[in-house]
Design a protein around this ligand. Structure first.
Ligand SMILES: Cc1cc2nc3c(=O)[nH]c(=O)nc-3n(C[C@H](O)[C@H](O)[C@H](O)COP(=O)(O)OP(=O)(O)OC[C@H]3O[C@@H](n4cnc5c(N)ncnc54)[C@H](O)[C@@H]3O)c2cc1C
Length: 502
């Protein structure tokens, strides 16, 4: 289950693109920045256009002044940087070759009101031992959950194979697959539901094929299991400022507050990219690295592009955005109990899905807490059903108080809350409808965590992988060699056996 080379470099081809090669990347999240980094390193003259004032997209961060005058960078929300994120980590090494800003957080506990906590980390490296260990060592699961389950269905978890899994399970909702497994309610809640919800979807609205793929990717198909690290300071300081400086050093132009409002075909098989400030750029190589709703909106606003790129327009039209997520950061007047984990997932609460004690995670929050005697706690709700962000915060606070009673009377010194819908949905029956990186339209590549790619990966890593694949396609077109891409084994242990048996 060791990581392997999925896209090899080609030493026979030149590393550098021919002089005069240029490209425009739209969207400065992980996908766009990864594409821009690889292209700029290879001598391509890159312009990166980002609508927001800072790079980062859903991993973005920006300065914020607390009521007591403290300057603090706040961000979109806690992110787990999994150890098998080969491509994203390789991009991050451009910011810090040692990745010294990443620190282990200590486990992936899942907590609930009903059952004792589970920790999903620290499993043996190889399947099926990791699956067996997960059940055998657990205080609440137990091997009977495996033996009593529908074996044929359970085997599917160990038998991921892109084609066969998609054919067999894409149309089925993840919730139906999970109930078909026949595991106890506790096993479902503490293991699978919490896991499925971390992809921003309700198990009822997610394809079972995607769940099986992600189970292989995060649990069974890599030696790090679900082990992860997190930055020891804010994302602006440790990721986005260094990556912007790195791009500058490689002569890339990074334009923030540059919202692209339309694209259209231009002379000589080029694309015109129109920016909201009235400027426009023509390019032979366009990388669209937007969130799914923004890509859909851009194609709707670009009828001439849609007319000459019908495949891209159709794929963009079919994109579905996941229900909103809410992120609320609380600055509390007191600490939470000493035994609380730095990060935990939450199972079976109507609103709350995860809790992160930021004052135990990152330096700026730790300093604020040390100075004031308080704590900084972040609450997440995925696939959030609250009608507005204030209600979401109220509900998450009440649910937190039920789980961690010491927070009931804590005074909120300050709060930051946001609710938005920018994550992709992976609905049942959606396979084959999302855009692919290449082949959508001449000169256009698409990158982002929703893009259909044969390289199995998830979330931040999928964004980075598609960004590098987009850059590779540009490099290939101008005769330069590809960037190596490494990743997890693309099939599960039992894939061959199960498929042979039919
Ligand atoms: C709260 C939260 C927690 C998460 N936790 C994790 C985690 O623990 N682990 C993990 O791996 N992933 C996690 N994710 C998912 C991860 O953040 C995303 O998968 C990843 O950041 C997506 O990157 P992207 O580049 O594809 O898209 P985005 O980050 O959405 O980037 C798209 C960019 O395009 C820009 N844009 C949009 N329209 C325009 C326009 N017209 N012109 C110019 N620019 C435009 C946007 O401003 C944005 O910067 C989490 C996400 C959230 C929201």
């Amino acid at each position: 289950m060791r990581p392997r080379v999925l896209v090899p470099a080609d030493p026979r081809l030149p590393r550098t693109a021919p002089e005069g090669t240029e490209a425009v990347v739209v969207g400065g999240g992980i996908a766009g920045t990864s594409a821009a980094v690889v292209l700029a390193e290879r001598g391509v003259s890159v312009t990166l256009l980002e609508a927001a004032p800072t790079l980062g997209g859903r991993l973005g961060a920006w300065p914020h002044t607390l009521p007591d005058g403290t300057e603090q960078v706040v961000e979109h929300g806690f992110h787990a940087f999994f150890r098998h994120y080969e491509t994203w980590r390789a991009v991050l090494r451009r910011a810090d070759p040692e990745l010294g800003f990443l620190r282990p957080v200590g486990g992936y506990p899942v907590i609930s009101r009903q059952w004792p906590p589970e920790d999903l980390t620290g499993l043996p490296a190889a399947p099926p031992l990791n699956l067996l260990a997960l059940f055998a060592r657990s205080p609440s699961l137990g091997l009977r959950d495996l033996t009593g389950s529908d074996r044929a269905l359970a085997a599917e978890l160990l038998a991921y194979d892109r084609e066969a899994t998609t054919a067999g399970f894409d149309a089925m909702p993840a919730a139906e697959f999970l109930s078909g497994l026949g595991m106890s309610d506790r096993a479902n809640a503490m293991l699978f539901e919490a896991f499925a919800r971390s992809f921003f979807c309700n198990p009822a609205g997610m394809s079972a094929a995607e769940l099986i793929a992600m189970f292989h990717y995060y649990f069974l198909g890599n030696p790090a299991g679900i082990g992860f690290d997190a930055p020891s300071t804010d994302h602006l300081t440790c990721i986005w400022q260094p990556l912007a400086a790195y791009l500058g050093k490689h002569s890339a132009q990074v334009r923030t507050q540059a919202r692209v409002v339309g694209i259209s075909p231009a002379e000589g098989h080029r694309w015109r990219v129109e920016v909201a400030d009235g400027t426009a750029l023509d390019t032979a190589h366009l990388v669209l690295a937007l969130d799914p709703g923004a890509l859909r909106g851009l194609l709707e606003a670009s009828p001439r592009a849609a007319a000459v790129a019908p495949r891209l327009a159709a794929a963009a039209r079919s994109l579905q955005v996941a229900p909103p997520f809410a992120v609320t950061r609380l600055w509390l007047d007191r600490d939470v109990a000493a035994e609380r984990p730095t990060f935990c997932a939450v199972s079976r609460e109507p609103t709350l899905d995860s809790v992160t004690v930021y004052s135990r995670l990152e330096r700026p929050s730790a300093e604020w807490a040390a100075r004031t005697g308080g704590s900084v706690v972040e609450l997440h709700s995925y696939s959030c059903t609250a009608p507005d962000v204030t209600t979401a915060t109220d509900r998450m606070r009440a649910e937190l108080a039920a789980l961690w009673p010491e927070t009931t009377d804590a005074r909120v010194v300050h709060l930051q809350q946001r609710m938005e819908a920018t994550a992709p949905a992976f609905p049942p029956g959606g396979a084959g409808t999302a855009p692919t990186v290449t082949g959508q339209a001449r000169g256009i590549r698409v990158a982002g965590d929703f893009v259909d790619t044969p390289v199995l990966s998830g979330l931040m890593e999928r964004a980075a992988v598609t960004g590098v694949l987009a850059a590779n396609d540009v490099l290939g077109e101008v005769g330069a060699g590809p960037e190596e891409i490494r990743g997890v084994p693309q099939r599960g242990l039992l894939a061959g056996l199960l498929r042979r048996r039919g």
